[in-house]
Design a binder for this molecule. Structure first.
Ligand SMILES: [Zn+2]
Length: 382
């Protein structure tokens, strides 16, 4: 609702300002503005100063400004003649920035679209995740909203590199285009995070971060390894360093079953409907409302949480909620002759590698609660 298009502008004195414009109509509009305006000279008129903001108050904005400092060309010095220019290598980074807005009805942003890219402009640099992991930067933690887990060839294609996956916290203030949300919900996609922050071992997307499905139009990617992933995604195995809200691979032996949460229910063998009812004509049979037919051979689905003994984290109680396919393969090998099975019969069985999300990992008490997941990569069949 409060989505705005903002321009970061820099003048000949090296001074930065953020110009807040009207809300963009769509993600396509943003793309258009980027391709037409980014890096070009502009003339602003009818501006009103909304705020003089400082580093402490707008960390996201200053993280972006710092990445553009020092200017790549000499800047003019205030109070001195127009010809006097100063080399910028030892110039301290700005400590404040003006947030500008346009007076209603007086919008005057004139961009010379024919103009060459300004020599003051510094295109975003593309980095692989391994390079990002080595960044020495820290920002305070924001209220988080969505978690993504990402990987790339710089983490996957090299042996003994940990972590294999990096968490991305997308805060409530980061605006996601429909294109991005749709792309992320259906399959694994290559995503570029522009003007994101790095801190607490994760990428943090805030109000000025832009998520893109393509490499930014103007960017330098020298040295960045953008090669495609080869083979299935590998996760780090659960160990003593595994944190809450992370993902990991897990292998172990079943040493217990959480019987209080275990239950099974019949589903329709045709449509998978899990809400079957007794058949009105014959209460012994099950009826599927969706198919409007009697279900002659229902498929039994099950919820099962097991306790595992894991050699990689031997001191901890490890509890994992399994996916149906793992439950089925565990139970198939331990079914009685009539097809029924005792939950206890899975004890001593080996499971793994399973890909899991870590709900909690604590040292007092020493326990890890996980849930088996499907990686989007695997779902996309790549
Ligand atoms: Zn059905």
């Amino acid at each position: 609702m409060f989505c705005r298009l903002c321009l970061l502008v820099q003048d000949a004195y090296g001074m930065f300002g953020e110009v807040q414009l009207q809300s963009p109509g769509s993600a396509d509009d943003v793309q258009q503005y980027c391709s037409r305006w980014e890096g070009k000279f502009c003339c602003l008129a009818g501006m009103k100063i909304l705020q003089r903001t400082t580093r402490g108050r707008t960390l996201g904005l200053f993280s972006l400004i710092d990445s553009l400092w020092p200017p790549v060309v000499p800047v003019k010095v205030p109070g001195q003649s127009q010809d006097s220019e100063m080399m910028t290598t030892n110039l301290p980074p700005p400590s404040f920035c003006y947030i500008l807005t346009v007076q209603p009805g007086e919008i005057r942003v004139e961009v010379d679209e024919e103009e060459q890219i300004s020599n003051l402009y510094q295109p975003p640099a593309v980095h692989g995740l391994k390079e990002i992991l080595q960044t020495k930067h820290s920002v305070p933690l924001n209220q988080r909203e969505i978690w993504l887990f990402v990987t790339d060839s710089t983490l996957q294609n090299v042996a003994h590199v940990t972590p294999k996956v990096v968490a991305v916290s997308v805060t409530a203030s980061c605006v996601l285009s429909t294109e991005i949300t749709e792309a992320l919900s259906v399959a694994s996609r290559r995503v570029f995070f522009k003007d994101a922050l790095w801190g607490h071992g994760r990428i943090i997307c805030v109000e000025r971060t832009v998520l893109l499905l393509q490499k930014p139009l103007l960017c330098s990617a020298a040295g960045a390894d953008l090669s495609e992933l080869t083979g299935p995604v590998r996760l780090d195995e659960l160990d003593s360093t595994t944190q809450t809200n992370s993902i990991c691979a897990l292998r172990g032996t079943v040493v217990g079953v959480n019987e209080s949460t275990a239950f099974s229910w019949p589903t329709c063998n045709r449509c998978g409907n899990g809400k079957l009812e007794p058949c009105p004509q014959d209460r012994e049979l099950l009826y599927c409302n969706r198919c409007s037919e009697v279900v002659s051979s229902p498929v039994l689905k099950m919820q099962l949480e097991v306790f595992l003994s894991c050699p990689s984290r031997s001191q901890s109680t490890v509890k994992v909620k399994l996916l149906q396919r793992t439950i089925s393969s565990l139970l198939t090998s331990s079914a009685n002759e009539d097809g029924s099975y005792e939950v206890q019969s899975v004890l001593g069985k080996e499971v793994g590698l399973l890909n899991c999300y870590v709900h909690s990992a604590t040292s007092h008490p020493n326990c890890v609660a996980l849930e088996e997941i499907v990686l989007l990569e695997a779902a996309a069949g790549r």
